[in-house]
Design a protein around this ligand. Structure first.
Ligand SMILES: Cc1ncc(COP(=O)(O)O)c(C=O)c1O
Length: 408
């Protein structure tokens, strides 16, 4: 705790990877292929771009922090259609935000300031490996991150069970990511039941990061979100905050548009907080967002493109690494320990030999009690066009084959 805050904030994995790449001379003239960042590369739908242009005139006015009625109503209607949760009050239970990142950060600031533990700093549960903003948001709100080592095979309950008893009275917030980055795992109703019961018992809030919720592979099984889980369990929305985004769903990461839905008291404080920090969506962005939330055809097409890429990639990757078909998202999480290389060496050598960039698992996770749960894994984002993804996968497989310990 005595370490200055700026030293506790780690560089983004992007920067760590850039530093690694800068020290890695290429031994190939092959063109670069990037599997490293979760930036969607499929085309932004025309209807979104068109609506953005149509609403450009709106920039002559200051937009409301709460967003337009039309946008909040479009979001409420989407939640009712997609999650079967009707009756959300668009004025009190929905706040449009500048992408999921904005919401994830801001929610920590408002939740943790209003609900301090009696003794010690508040604790925020963050998934490990996980999205780095959870950790940074906790630190910048004066809280301590507690890293949850979540093994999808064991379920969420096992990860919670490992939290020591003396930590629980200080827990004030839990970030849960479903579908998960990087594993693609989706929490089922018993996971949510366990999490919601703990939140009630210990008085903490749950922020459910659902920014990958629309990129699922089984059209018959869309991921269960926290709002629908609460409804199925007969619970109200107190302490529950669902975060969604258009970045991945609608291939519009530059639009900076998403929403938080749930606990009306927290959202009231969030609107107040945002009226100071300037978190507001431009009227043009709001118009484009309405068009995006009202259309599902482009999202179905988006899923089809990912399904095709994963159908090709997974069986090939399974020849050289241990991995499962994710339930959702656009990441594959490869256990590359059989290669005989650690994840950083694997990343470096793959880059040098094949000019393919992936992310070492240890860059996405923290070492706790001498163990980094990202070790021995690399994350690949199948975001590029199908042809480029296919080439990248083939190069990765060729590289890993050459590095099998038996061949060394
Ligand atoms: C788990 C997770 N949450 C949130 C975000 C941020 O998404 P947005 O573009 O909506 O801010 C990302 C982006 O990569 C992510 O991987």
């Amino acid at each position: 705790m005595s370490q200055p805050l700026h030293e506790r904030l780690q560089p983004y994995p992007t920067e760590k990877l850039q530093a690694l790449a800068a020290q890695t001379p290429l031994r190939t003239s092959l063109p670069p292929i990037s599997f490293s960042w979760g930036e969607p590369q499929h085309a932004t739908p025309h209807l979104v771009v068109q609506a953005l242009a149509e609403h450009a005139g709106g920039i002559g006015r200051y937009p409301k922090v709460a967003g337009s009625d039309a946008l909040r109503e479009a979001i409420a209607a989407w939640i009712a259609r997609r999650h079967g949760v009707a009756g959300l009050d668009p004025a009190r239970e929905i706040v449009p935000v500048n992408g999921a990142k904005d919401a994830l950060f801001s929610l920590a600031q408002v939740v943790l300031r209003a609900n301090r533990p009696r003794h010690g700093a508040p604790v925020v549960l963050v998934s490990n490996p996980g999205y780095q903003v959870y950790e940074g948001a906790a630190l910048l709100a004066g809280a301590e991150p507690y890293y949850l080592d979540i093994d999808p095979a064991q379920g969420l309950a096992a990860a919670f069970d490992a939290v020591p008893a003396h930590i629980w009275p200080r827990v004030r917030l839990a970030y849960l990511c479903s579908p998960d980055n990087p594993s693609g795992h989706v929490y089922a109703l018993p996971d949510w039941e366990h999490a919601l019961a703990l939140a009630e018992r210990h008085g903490f809030h749950i922020v459910s990061d659902e920014c990958y919720s629309e990129l699922y592979f089984d059209e018959g099984a869309p991921p269960l979100g926290v709002l629908a889980a609460a409804q199925a369990l007969g619970r109200d929305r107190q302490r529950i905050l669902a975060v969604a985004s258009l970045s991945k769903r609608s291939n519009a990461p530059g639009l900076r548009s998403g929403f938080v839905a749930g606990d009306a008291d927290v959202l009231e404080r969030l609107r107040l907080y945002r009226s100071y920090c300037g978190g507001v969506l431009s009227p043009a962005v709001q118009g484009a967002s309405i068009a995006a939330w009202q259309d599902e055809a482009h999202v179905e097409e988006n899923r089809r493109l990912y399904r095709e890429k994963f159908a090709f990639a997974i069986p090939l990757l399974q020849q050289v690494a241990r991995l499962q078909q994710p339930q959702a998202g656009f990441f594959a999480w490869l256990d590359i320990r059989a290669s005989g290389l650690d994840d950083v060496a694997f990343t470096r050598e793959l880059l040098a030999e094949q000019n393919v960039a992936v992310v070492p698992g240890t860059f996405l996770a923290r070492t706790v009690n001498g163990r980094n749960p990202g070790a021995g894994h690399v994350r690949i984002a199948l975001v590029a066009a199908a042809e480029e993804c296919a080439q990248g996968v083939e190069r990765l497989v060729a590289f890993a084959r050459a590095w099998q310990p038996a061949a060394a």
